[in-house]
Design a protein around this ligand. Structure first.
Ligand SMILES: Cc1cc2nc3c(=O)[nH]c(=O)nc-3n(C[C@H](O)[C@H](O)[C@H](O)COP(=O)(O)OP(=O)(O)OC[C@H]3O[C@@H](n4cnc5c(N)ncnc54)[C@H](O)[C@@H]3O)c2cc1C
Ligand SMILES: *[C@@H]1O[C@H](CO)[C@@H](O)[C@H](O)[C@H]1NC(C)=O
Ligand SMILES: *[C@@H]1O[C@H](CO)[C@@H](O)[C@H](O)[C@H]1NC(C)=O
Ligand SMILES: *[C@@H]1O[C@H](CO)[C@@H](O)[C@H](O)[C@H]1NC(C)=O
Ligand SMILES: *[C@@H]1O[C@H](CO)[C@@H](O)[C@H](O)[C@H]1NC(C)=O
Ligand SMILES: *[C@@H]1O[C@H](CO)[C@@H](O)[C@H](O)[C@H]1NC(C)=O
Length: 490
């Protein structure tokens, strides 16, 4: 199984060169779609469905364009979406509290830690730290026998990874078929077998998340949670009438007259346009019904893209007993079993916090989501016991992970572009329905899918399209491809 960020990296290399623009021009047919708003008064001009990064950015963009007749409809009790924080228990006050403004309840002697770390946001981020791990010396290595130095193998994995990326870059100009990262690794001669090799490869895939956006990788350690960025942004321009919390959308009906959105408690909201920002996972699970049913080209695009799962495991201990490096790699005999550990109790992050966080992905994430919490914790404690054979591991004060794939509001962590997903699929994933229902989110971003910056740019760009519809009294819409074709018959 190939790690998702790996496939994504490959894809990005390929895509940047392959498709100059999938944002095509409106067709004559689309131009004829008449705008009809001779219907009774609606609740809003635009319903923004979902209050994560894309939804808030869309709202901000409409506001900046002088359009304030919109409503953000959000299932949860707060804005932020996947920028979700969690309180961790703690026996003394936060050491590095840099926040000034208090937004909402904040209990004394508790603090939050970032659930969704991030790579960008130089504009707003005043609390970032560079986290890019620049050499293997900053990674402590372990296996089931305890500390062990396999940096030779690790260094080889760095080279293998560089070769993989270079070969992906070479395939594109030649017009060769898209390949998975596993195929690419094999072709370039890297075939990991031992647990040290597999863990090293896993680490490279994770470390190398390519953004093409910023050189720095910043980790938010704001005690109020990273979502504070969005909350402050929202406070500056949103009024309470523009927000509907605890409002789960169950159906979106669209016609030439506009959209009707039904909530699961029976309420209905009407508008001329909707911008749907629900995650790809939500769309794949058909948790929201569309009427009429989504066209085949849209459904094919939705199901051809992949929703990956990435889980952060937060553990808080009474004191730090682990490595002094930023990160550690644990090579289990089973690939993907609690392989990456990062210390937040580090001078660069939250010294004195006693927080250690681990990473699991994909099938392993799904596996632990289905287990009793205590069993997951026991597994982790036994892994730590093998990593530190001479230390009595204390019982953690707190343990938390979010079940991203099981959560009906997300159904995964972020989208990943798989092989066989074509630029035409991407255009279809992003295309609107009859100029009425628009789609924006990290997963619709051609360059930054998976990332907050993807959600940000898509929220902005789609809102600009909708604002043009409103000002022009009608919509041309984005072009879609009725049938995506690339196969030759045998
Ligand atoms: C564990 C994890 C780590 C991550 N790390 C990073 C990182 O380091 N850097 C980075 O750039 N990105 C990271 N991401 C990805 C980033 O969080 C997302 O790309 C981004 O937050 C997506 O924003 P969005 O607005 O597209 O979607 P969302 O945040 O999912 O917003 C959609 C909103 O719709 C709501 N909703 C869903 N269904 C319904 C419904 N039926 N009715 C009403 N409301 C509904 C949801 O509650 C949500 O608020 C991470 C994600 C996860 C899960
Ligand atoms: C949403 O529900 C939560 C409880 O789940 C409640 O505390 C909150 O006040 C509600 N918010 C609104 C705006 O109804
Ligand atoms: C992590 O990735 C960066 C490039 O993004 C690279 O320079 C660095 O060497 C990698 N770190 C390790 C430990 O492999
Ligand atoms: C691995 O690479 C690092 C530099 O990135 C170097 O310091 C170290 O000596 C190398 N280790 C081995 C065993 O080659
Ligand atoms: C793994 O990737 C995640 C998400 O991009 C990042 O937060 C984390 O710091 C990475 N870990 C390492 C060791 O590079
Ligand atoms: C653990 O203790 C044993 C016996 O004292 C010693 O041989 C071994 O090196 C120690 N291991 C570590 C990782 O410190």
């Amino acid at each position: 199984m190939i790690h998702h960020t790996m496939a994504r990296t490959l894809q990005l290399v390929i895509l940047c060169l392959l498709c100059p623009s999938v944002l095509a021009f409106p067709t004559g047919e689309a131009a004829q779609r008449a705008f009809a708003s001779d219907t009774p008064r609606k609740d809003a001009r635009v319903l923004i469905l979902g209050g994560g990064m894309a939804g808030i950015t869309a709202a901000r963009t409409l506001h900046d364009q002088g359009i304030d007749e919109f409503i953000i409809v959000e299932a949860r009790h707060e804005l932020g979406g996947r920028m979700m924080s969690q309180h961790l228990r703690r026996t003394w006050a936060a050491v590095h509290c840099r926040g000034r403004r208090e937004l909402g309840a904040r209990h004394a002697k508790t603090w939050r830690c970032c659930e969704s770390g991030m790579d960008v946001w130089t504009e707003h981020t005043v609390w970032g730290h560079t986290t890019k791990l620049t050499e293997s010396a900053s990674v402590a290595m372990y296996d089931e026998t305890g500390p062990v130095d396999f940096s030779d193998v690790f260094n080889q994995s760095v080279e293998d990874f560089d070769r993989l990326i270079a070969s992906a870059g070479e395939r594109v100009p030649k017009g060769l078929v898209d390949a998975s990262a596993r195929t690419g690794y094999s072709l370039t001669g890297a075939r990991p077998h031992t647990h040290h090799e597999m863990a090293s490869e896993y680490f490279q895939n994770n470390n190398s998340t390519f953004t093409g956006f910023s050189e720095d990788n910043l980790l938010s350690v704001d005690q109020r949670g990273f979502k504070t960025i969005l909350h402050s942004e929202a406070e500056a321009f949103l009024s309470p009438e523009q927000l509907r919390f605890n409002s789960t959308v169950s159906r979106i009906r669209y016609s030439a007259n506009g959209v009707e959105v039904a909530l699961d408690d029976g309420r209905e909201l009407t508008a001329d346009y909707a911008i749907c920002t629900f995650s790809l996972g939500v769309l794949q699970h058909s948790s929201v019904a569309f009427e009429p049913q989504l066209p085949m080209w849209k459904r094919e695009a939705i199901h051809s893209m992949t929703m990956g799962v990435y889980t952060k495991l937060f553990l808080q201990f009474p004191h730090k007993f682990w490595f002094d490096t930023e990160a550690a790699l644990y090579a289990d005999r089973e690939r993907g079993r609690y392989p990456i550990w990062q210390s937040l109790d580090h001078p660069k992050f939250l010294p004195g916090s006693g927080i250690l966080f681990g990473t699991v992905t994909g099938a392993f994430s799904r596996r632990i989501e289905s287990l009793p919490r205590r069993q997951v914790l026991d597994e982790i404690l036994s892994v730590l016991a093998s990593m530190f054979p001479n230390i009595t591991i204390p019982e953690p004060l707190d343990f938390h992970f979010h079940p991203w794939s099981a959560d009906p509001l997300f159904r995964g962590s972020y989208a990943n572009w798989p092989p066989s997903f074509l630029p035409e699929h991407h255009a279809n994933l992003r295309a609107d329905l009859d100029g009425k229902v628009w789609f924006a989110g990290e997963y619709t971003s051609r360059l930054y899918f998976g990332y907050l910056q993807g959600a940000y740019f898509e929220g902005r760009d789609i809102a600009v399209e909708v604002a043009e519809c409103i000002r022009g009294g009608g919509c041309l819409g984005l072009e879609h491809v009725e049938q995506v074709k690339n196969a030759n018959p045998y």
